[in-house]
Design a protein around this ligand. Structure first.
Ligand SMILES: [Zn+2]
Length: 466
């Protein structure tokens, strides 16, 4: 069965779009034609998109769907439904927030067995290298297994709050990078200076400083800057491909930009919460916006937007992490409150509304930071990240003029809270197709439908680090 999507526009350069028709067969894009010029066949299934903008499916490179192990926070069904409703056709799930963590081939297959039947969109898995793993004598073999299985990338923490996935010291990270460089897999780093944060935390707690702003001052911008500097040195020493996740500090971005201009294989991502909120919002919104790293200043925020626009930051990912609401997010103790914000469903409309419409980024750049660049980083750019013949038919049908108001209760993830509550966005996902099958649709009267659980597929990294 062939489908012909018509009455649509696709992005070209800058903010330009062009009218097109997209023919899809067996999950792949066959042709992208000018209207009326393609080889139309009588039995094509015609899909009228009513002048919608069509974008390549979003790849969210950083989600915590907590399955198995922490499914009171999220599970793969709720997480991927939220993804589908947000135009995200492929999520890349972190290895640290499931049990057992994805630190061996066996653990990876255990997780796949549990999450595959629940997935509504495609997914990749991060593998991980924790101090727990490095305690095992055969950790190098396990890392090699993960690479062999096609993990998207390897995650390490320079500062972790998790006993089941402990952080690594500098020499341990160097050893991991020496392995990943050989294996041809990139490493994603949670970059905060462990010693500095521990020292500040101890001092603050000893002195009875227990507010959310005290938590924030335990994780200053310097913690990020120091850690990214360390990673630059290790990147230079080992030649390994290094990616800094959730960059919040403008001067940490400066370090990444310098490393890149020195020709080092370094990259970075930031998250919508760092682009929208600042430390001042900790006062008004409380632990709702508690994250690690913590929100920074308005100056940092401007620098991040600049980096997103210029390419100094490679892509945007959500770090979707939902604590049990309200129990875990508001414990009465700011140090104990869960750090994390669910974001997978709102990233695309947020970046369109506040990025493209506010002229901070072009439509072309939106496609790059939400789809093409993560596809390249995760080694799947032969099949995802573009609307072009031969690529997976992962298509977001986007109503760019639709105005709507964010309501937490209308989200689809398990624990529904959002600091964007009440914010008005312009531009909304109408439907999402994953490999040609409709994974999500919102009709004009607001009725919503999803594909069956289990239609999302595991995607392996295809290519080694370039
Ligand atoms: Zn994360």
């Amino acid at each position: 069965m062939r489908s012909r999507f018509y009455n649509l526009k696709i992005p070209t350069t800058g903010n330009e779009t062009r009218r097109a028709e997209i023919v899809v067969e067996e999950g792949r894009i066959v042709t992208v034609d000018q209207p009326g010029t393609g080889d139309s066949r009588l039995n094509d299934d015609l899909v009228d998109l009513n002048h919608a903008l069509v974008l390549p499916g979003v790849i969210d490179g950083h989600v915590h769907f907590d399955d198995p192990g922490f499914t009171h926070r999220e599970d793969f069904a709720t997480g991927t439904r939220a993804a589908a409703a947000g135009g995200v056709s492929c999520v890349v799930d972190m290895p640290c927030t499931s049990l057992p963590p994805v630190t061996s081939g066996a653990n990876l297959h255990h997780k796949l067995g549990i999450i595959s039947p629940k997935a509504h969109v495609d997914f990749m898995l991060w593998g991980g290298a924790s101090a727990n793993l490095l305690d095992e004598p055969d950790w190098r073999d396990k890392l090699a297994e993960l690479a062999q299985e096609g993990v998207a990338s390897i995650k390490v923490y320079m500062l972790s709050g998790m006993d089941t996935f402990r952080d690594l010291g500098r020499s341990q990270i160097r050893q991991v990078l020496q392995e990943t460089e050989r294996l041809g897999v990139p490493v994603g780093v949670h970059a905060e200076d462990r010693d500095l944060v521990h020292e500040l935390t101890d001092w603050l707690q000893k002195n009875g400083c227990n507010g959310l702003l005290d938590y924030a001052s335990s994780r200053p911008a310097e913690a990020e800057i120091n850690a990214v500097n360390t990673m630059r040195t290790l990147c230079r020493e080992t030649g390994a491909r290094v990616h800094i996740v959730h960059v919040g500090a403008g001067r940490a971005l400066d370090v990444i930009a310098e490393a890149k201009s020195d020709g080092l294989p370094m990259s970075g991502e930031t998250c919508p919460h760092f682009l929208e909120f600042t430390a001042e919002d900790l006062v008004s919104l409380g632990s709702m916006v508690k994250t690690a790293p913590v929100l920074k200043s308005a100056v940092d925020r401007e620098r991040l937007w600049e980096g997103v626009a210029s390419g100094e930051l490679d892509y945007v990912a959500t770090d979707h992490a939902a604590g049990q609401w309200p129990e875990e997010k508001n414990t009465g103790n700011a140090w104990a409150d869960y750090g994390g914000i669910p974001g997978v469903e709102l990233m695309l409309p947020y970046l369109y509304s506040e990025g493209v419409r506010q002229k901070r980024i072009t439509l072309e750049r939106l496609v790059e930071i939400t789809s093409s660049a993560p596809a390249r980083f995760f080694g799947i750019d032969q099949r995802k990240g573009r609307i072009a013949p031969g690529f997976d038919a992962d298509l977001v049908i986007f109503d760019k003029k639709a105005k709507w108001t964010v309501r937490a209760e209308e989200l689809h993830n398990m624990n529904r809270y959002t600091p964007h509550e009440g914010q008005e966005f312009t531009g909304r996902v109408r439907s999402l197709y994953v490999r040609g099958e409709r994974a999500f649709h919102r009709s004009r009267d607001g009725r919503e439908s999803f594909s069956a659980a289990g239609t999302g597929q595991w995607v392996r990294r295809q290519s080694k680090v370039a």
